[in-house]
Design a protein around this ligand. Structure first.
Ligand code: SF4
Ligand code: FE
Length: 483
């Protein structure tokens, strides 16, 4: 069976030897650094969950390539049921970690590249699909994490890649060498990049003939010469450096993004999946976007479940849970959260078979789901903060409890209803703070706006996908206008 254990993943990551910088210093191991450790543990949870036999239905699948049981995070969807199971799996992961657990971007990327390489080969007679399938067998049988490296630095957004003053603003082919190509550029916001074994690089936008050198897709191992990771800062990330870490809110997990620099990196031929086929760049981006926009209706909903739970618990701890407006607000939070999930499940249920055999979600519903995600987590967070009260941002540190002079004051004055001690109350508030203001808010809020494409990108797709002519014809028919 091709499943790695959590322990194997963690020890392998410790030994990976990739070049990672945090706050100006090259670090030895992402697992052991206090800032990057919790995100590594969130990724590791994708292994732990698949290890549990009771979870196999959701967290594993049968590979269509080898017939082996594999982690679902490396699976090519073979039907609508797989698309639905992915969404359910991501919600469960969100509940377990309350953060971005990072592995779905790679999952959505392999499903995209698998389908697009098949289409390219049919049109151009290229060997990309066979190459990618070989790469995928390697990923599946070794249970590897793949990072989707899509977003380029973009420079002047009013100019296409080839017109940039600095050509490196988009990853591109610098030269061809015997047996491969040399690439240069940098990718931004790469989720889970530092916790990945393999980087899959794909274009970030539709391209024209003059941008041919930018129509490039490939995979390289994370420790490849010329690849450097620069870790993204998050609000209150340095709380993880504090002794005891009691004020971090989420004690175990976190998400992470990094800037990934490709400084004249050699890519061997067998790892190249697109080289100049510019008409397919835009199609690749659209397919990836649909997959990933639906994914958000899994992970963010799971985080929403935790936030709703923490909010209900703090209301109980503070003695407000029977108040009509609190009940109403909790109901509103659930309504918003489940609406997000409904969009993702609907897009999966209306999934379709691509010519490659891989299934993809309904793009209109996936975009509707993601556009809601740019808004609803903010409203859910607002309601959570409303119910939690102002202590959320004025409470003392949990460490103050340990001080002999002021500890008794904390324990006396910050109690909630009878029987609820101050520590329970403060821990719950810290978790709500983490998700709505701290490290967790990076993925629950701002990533909900911009991840998998900003709101305007979803609006554009929605207006492109809607059949307005058909809608007009139904109206004309009913009011007696000939058409
Ligand atoms: Fe997965 Fe959600 Fe993180 Fe994207 S934001 S990688 S879908 S957990
Ligand atoms: Fe994302």
């Amino acid at each position: 069976m091709a499943l790695m254990t959590k322990e194997q993943y963690v020890s392998g990551l410790r030994e990976l030897g990739h070049s990672v910088y945090i706050q100006g210093k090259k670090i030895k191991s992402v697992v052991d650094h206090p800032i990057s450790g919790p995100p590594a543990m969130a990724m590791a949870e994708t292994y732990y969950q698949a290890e549990q036999e009771g979870n196999w239905q959701l967290f594993t699948a049968e590979s269509h390539l080898s017939g082996e049981r594999i982690n679902r995070f490396t699976h090519i969807h073979q039907g609508v049921e797989d698309l639905i199971k992915k969404i359910l799996m991501l919600r469960e992961m969100g509940r377990q970690t309350a953060c971005c657990f990072q592995r779905c971007a790679g999952l959505d990327c392999i499903n995209t590249v698998y389908a697009i390489t098949y289409d390219m080969d049919r049109e151009y007679g290229t060997p990309y699909h066979e190459r990618f399938t070989e790469f995928l067998k390697y990923v599946q049988s070794n249970d590897l994490v793949t990072a989707a490296c899509m977003t380029d630095t973009k420079g002047d957004r009013g100019l296409p890649p080839s017109k940039q003053a600095d050509r490196d603003q988009y990853v591109h082919i610098v030269s061809e060498k015997k047996g491969g190509i040399v690439v240069r550029g940098a990718k931004l916001h790469i989720t889970g990049a530092v916790n990945s074994h393999e980087l899959i690089v794909v274009p970030t936008r539709a391209l024209r003939e003059e941008d041919r050198d930018y129509a490039v897709a490939f995979a390289v191992p994370a420790d490849t010469k010329g690849v450097t990771f620069i870790y993204g800062r998050q609000p209150s990330d340095t709380r993880r450096l504090e002794e005891g870490r009691s004020d971090v809110g989420n004690l175990y997990y976190g998400g992470c993004e990094a800037m990934v620099v490709f400084d004249d990196v050699f890519v061997p031929e067998e790892r190249i999946f697109m080289k100049g086929e510019f008409p397919y760049a835009g199609r690749l981006v659209e397919l990836f976007a649909a997959h990933h926009r639906a994914s958000y209706g899994g992970c963010k909903v799971g985080v929403g479940d935790v936030l709703i739970g923490a909010t209900a618990a703090i209301a109980e701890a503070q003695g407000t849970e029977r108040s009509a407006h609190v009940k109403d607000k909790l109901g509103e939070m659930v309504h918003l959260n489940e609406t997000l999930h409904a969009g993702a499940l609907a897009s999966a249920s209306k999934g379709y078979r691509t010519p490659s055999g891989a299934y993809a979600v309904d793009p209109l519903l996936a975009n509707v789901c993601k556009l809601n995600i740019t808004r609803f987590p903010f409203e859910i967070s607002r309601l959570a903060q409303d119910i939690a009260g102002g202590l959320l941002v004025t409470m003392p540190s949990l460490k103050d409890q340990e001080n002999a002079t002021i500890g008794p004051y904390i324990r006396k004055y910050l109690v909630g209803r009878q029987g609820v001690d101050a520590e329970k109350r403060l821990r719950l508030l810290r978790l709500i703070e983490n998700i709505t203001l701290g490290t967790g808010a990076v993925s629950y809020l701002t990533e909900s706006i911009h991840g998998a494409g900003s709101p305007q990108a979803q609006k554009i797709m929605i207006t492109r996908l809607i059949d307005l002519e058909a809608a007009k014809s139904w109206a004309f028919h009913l009011c007696g206008i000939p058409f």
